[in-house]
Design a protein around this ligand. Structure first.
Ligand SMILES: Nc1ncnc2c1ncn2[C@@H]1O[C@H](COP(=O)(O)OP(=O)(O)OP(=O)(O)O)[C@@H](O)[C@H]1O
Length: 893
């Protein structure tokens, strides 16, 4: 399991540590599992094992600082301005980092006594699921923190996406936990100590792909959890959010507790938990996700996945919205059709779509800017992102000038977006204030000022003018000093001396010979330079720094006012960001549909699956890039087994396109239920509840499972979970074991899917014997992928036609793959021999596959059991009991 790295124990602090080290130990005690970044001036320092670990991961120098228990203290440091880069690498390497900041200025510390040191405290613990910095996040992917809990046999998953302020809560059966969790693709998963060791949860946690973080089980106790969640939302009861199951409250409680510690009390602006039973979504378990490469390829990359192939979004918020839509397709035909209406409407309005996409292109990531500001981490650039987002929202709302013709009016989903784009008076006021007060291109950090537009605050302009005028006077002063003294002075500035006049030792010498009437006051002598000041320069220096401080303080105040306003208006601002993201995702689906000629699927409550001329979007793109055509294929299955079969056995040579055909049909289900158009001439889909795809399982040696074991575990999941509303694609089940075992397993699975699960199924196999199922079962048909031998060469037509394939052409494929000619020739000879011998060796009909199952014989009741049943222990004396025992012993011989 992917658990966070723990660090070796640190030496315990003892009496007599310096006050600074005492502060370090206090921070360490608060977050013993995290690497503590301890702020000292312009650096974050790391000590002891933290320093050793960080120096190894980051490649930074390990030095020493003082001694502890007679040993040198290992130390390493990183400059404050470079923090984000180092954080990214530590988090990626699986560590957690606690940021311990100076929480007062040296001047404030001095007020408490001349020997006081500045107070420090942990302001945040950085973990994979709670990141908000753009540089640490994938702009086009959501970063989610999840928690799982099980109570009274029911499971729940709570998920928070901090950078969008969105919370989800899903209750499900324990068996569906893995599927539910994987749909959110969390980067970090919280679980109680008890759950961490629970074998029932292990597979679900492993399949999630996130770092697993165990928390004290007490945190998930219903009472404590409920209180924490109420505190997080500032409400007295959760009833207003819906009737939560106990497991949901506990999972939300884990999230709330984790946010409390990692965000050090800064509560992010979160929307109320969106409750969705797992029944609202197409269930896709982790193995199916992996096999279909929906949002990641099997190598874990976005490139090459279905999502990357169809993504035409122009904003990062839109990309995230599309990813969510494709990762969690819906199950309700009404909701699916509402999504399709929106895509169709924008598809038909090319000009509007172009203007919409052009408008969106300029918008920054509003959702993430809002959450950073609400968490107290944002800067002026985030304010600019909000300003641009709001301006664009207004412009986009204006594009949709509503026509009185109801036939032309946008469908409900688009109307919903437009509603959210209508800014409330408060949000409009904020937009105006930012337009008036914030410079066009503000800096990243508020710390150094320079982001308030001149004219917005007269008293700020006044302070800045004073500062700048005085700077000009300082520049004049240099010329005057040189003229009057004849010494080549240069005016310089540093943090310790402020402004000073500097000259070389040689030139300074005459100044020391002048008496007290000299205007030049000596400040410092260095090896080659001497520094002076004058009364006038000191006064100017004080004026400049006072004005500078005043200006900075005023800018800081202005920033804080805006920041608080953003925090207060976080919900409506996030709603605008959501609406922009949804419009982008919808327009992107229309754009892709137009580009690839995808069509609107008919989605209803039937059990039909009928695709005409369907195409695999990813393989098609790859094949076309190589200059080849892609062959579309029809596919029909019917759960009722009426118009056509329920289960298709797909045979054909290696490389003929079986896997592509199977996956393409599964992907069409994903696309259609995500409310997207599908690459086909036409499609009718009776909505699917669970999608299963098993395409040649790979080894999972890290978890100690062989290929065959993995395949059987996954097959078992299908046979226990698939329903008549499910859609199953199975590729080469049973290939990982001896031929007859494999064939027998494949046979039995096909039968079970047909008779018991009754799911719509495509079953690809190299066991051509399975073709006989067509005659034996009512709702089975054979399909084969065509290939032809032409002039001794094998030509793949990639065409699915009815009927079974006659052979595998494996030897020809080996030849194509470049296996040496001698080996190919030998293989051909062996194959011929085997084929001639096969008839003599064993006839398939002799296998028990074709034998009628004998009814099981009734169990033989043993004489011992009958004797035990005849006993009445309450009626026996001790002596009779002993005798009975001897009798039983004799019977058992
Ligand atoms: N419909 C199609 N049109 C064009 N090319 C296709 C089509 N289907 C598959 N191909 C090409 O054929 C290659 C092999 O396809 P695929 O892996 O689906 O074959 P297969 O029958 O499953 O092979 P094997 O039995 O060896 O696993 C694909 O990578 C693709 O390049």
């Amino acid at each position: 399991m992917n658990a966070p790295l723990s660090h070796p124990p640190q030496p315990a602090p003892t009496e007599g540590v310096t006050p600074v080290m005492a502060q370090f130990w206090a921070a360490k005690a608060e977050q013993p599992d995290a690497i503590v970044f301890f702020r000292m001036g312009d650096f974050y320092e790391l000590f002891f094992t933290d320093a050793e670990v960080a120096s190894a991961v980051l490649g930074i120098t390990l030095t020493k600082r003082g001694r502890h228990q007679g040993e040198d203290i290992p130390m390493a440091g990183v400059p404050v301005h470079a923090l984000e880069g180092y954080l990214a690498r530590l988090i990626r390497a699986g560590h957690r980092v606690a940021i311990c900041e100076q929480i007062e200025t040296p001047a404030e510390a001095r007020k408490r006594g001349s020997k006081s040191i500045v107070a420090r405290g942990i302001v945040r613990v950085v973990t994979p699921g709670t990141l908000t910095e753009d540089s640490l996040l994938d702009a086009r992917g959501a970063n989610r923190l999840a928690a799982v809990c099980v109570r009274k046999g029911r499971a729940a998953v709570a998920v928070v996406e901090l950078s969008a302020g969105v919370v989800d809560s899903v209750a499900c059966d324990l068996a569906d936990l893995g599927t539910t969790l994987a749909a959110f693709r969390p980067s970090e998963v919280l679980v109680t100590d008890k759950g961490f060791g629970d074998p029932d949860l292990k597979t679900a946690l492993e399949g999630s792909g996130g770092v697993v973080q165990a928390m004290a089980s007490a945190v998930a106790e219903p009472g404590a959890a409920r209180e924490r969640v109420q505190r997080l939302y500032g409400v007295a009861s959760l009833d207003g959010f819906g009737a939560f199951e106990e497991a949901e409250v506990c999972a939300l409680g884990l999230v709330a507790a984790y946010l409390e510690t990692t965000q050090a009390g800064r509560v992010p602006a979160l929307s109320p938990p969106r409750r969705s039973g797992e029944s609202g979504f197409l269930a896709i378990d982790p193995a199916t996700r992996l096999s279909l490469e929906i949002d990641r390829t099997q190598r874990g990359e976005r490139e090459g996945s279905l999502l990357a192939c169809i993504d035409r979004t122009v904003t990062s918020g839109g990309a995230r919205a599309l990813a969510e839509r494709i990762s969690r397709p819906l199950r309700d035909p009404v909701a699916i059709n509402a999504g399709l209406d929106a895509v169709e409407w924008l598809l038909e309005r090319r000009d509007l779509r172009r203007d919409l996409r052009d408008g969106l292109k300029a918008s920054a990531d509003v959702a993430r800017a809002v959450s950073r500001l609400a968490l107290g981490r944002g800067g002026p650039r985030d304010l600019a992102a909000i300003r641009s987002g709001l301006t664009i929202a207004e412009g986009i709302a204006g594009l949709f000038t509503l026509s009185p013709d109801p036939l032309n009016a946008p469908p409900a989903r688009i109307m919903g977006c437009l509603d959210r784009l209508t800014l409330s008076p408060e949000v409009s006021r904020l937009m105006l204030a930012l337009a008036e007060g914030l410079v066009d291109e503000p800096p990243h950090l508020a710390r150094d000022g320079g982001f308030v537009r001149p004219g917005f605050r007269p008293e700020l302009d006044e302070a800045l003018r004073l500062r700048d005028d005085s700077r000009r006077v300082v520049a004049d002063l240099e010329a005057r000093a040189v003229r009057e003294s004849g010494v080549p002075f240069k005016i310089k500035h540093n943090a310790v001396l402020g402004y000073f006049l500097e000259t070389t030792a040689k030139h300074a010498e005459p100044l020391f010979r002048v008496g007290p009437e000299s205007p030049f006051i000596h400040r410092q002598t260095l090896a080659a330079q001497v520094r002076f000041t004058t009364v006038e320069l000191s006064e100017l220096d004080a004026k400049i720094s006072q004005a500078g401080h005043r200006a900075l303080a005023m800018e800081g105040e202005t920033f804080e006012t805006w920041r608080q306003e953003v925090q207060r208006l976080a919900r409506p601002l996030q709603a605008v960001a959501d609406a922009l993201a949804e419009l982008d995702a919808t327009a992107a689906l229309s754009e892709w549909a137009e580009e690839t000629g995808a069509v609107r699927p008919v989605v209803d409550g039937s059990l039909v699956f009928d695709v005409q001329a369907g195409r695999h979007p990813v393989v098609e793109a790859a094949v076309r890039k190589a200059g080849d055509p892609f062959t579309p294929n029809d596919c029909r299955t019917d759960g009722e087994g009426q118009g056509c079969a329920r289960l298709s056995i797909v045979t054909g040579p290696n490389m003929a396109g079986k896997s592509t055909f199977l996956r393409q049909n599964a992907l069409l289900v994903v696309l259609a239920q995500a409310g997207a158009f599908v690459p086909a001439r036409a499609m009718r889909l009776g909505v699917v509840d669970r999608l299963f795809s098993r395409v040649g399982a790979g080894d999972d040696l890290a978890r100690g499972r062989s290929t065959f074991m993995m395949e059987m575990v996954e097959t078992a999941a299908i046979l226990t979970q698939a329903t008549p509303h499910s859609f199953v694609v199975l590729d080469e089940i049973g290939r990982g074991t001896a031929t007859y075992d494999g064939l027998a397993i494949a046979w039995a699975c096909a039968e079970a899917l047909h008779d018991v699960n009754r799911a719509r199924t495509l079953f690809a196999t190299h066991y051509h014997e399975l073709a006989r199922l067509e005659q034996r079962l009512d709702h089975v048909c054979n399909l084969s992928m065509k290939a032809r031998e032409w002039n001794g060469e094998l030509v793949f037509l990639h065409e699915a036609t009815s009927g079974a394939a006659d052979r595998s052409y494996g030897v020809q494929v080996a030849k194509l793959a470049g296996v040496p000619p001698a080996v190919v020739a030998r293989a051909r000879a062996v194959l011929e021999r085997l084929e001639t011998d096969k008839a003599a060796h064993v006839r398939l009909d002799d296998l028990p596959l074709f034998a009628l199952m004998e009814p099981p014989a009734p169990p033989i009741r043993s004489a011992v059991i009958e004797a035990v049943e005849a006993l009445d222990p309450d009626a026996l004396s001790p002596r009779e009991a002993l005798e009975a025992l001897y009798r039983l012993k004799a019977l058992a011989k």
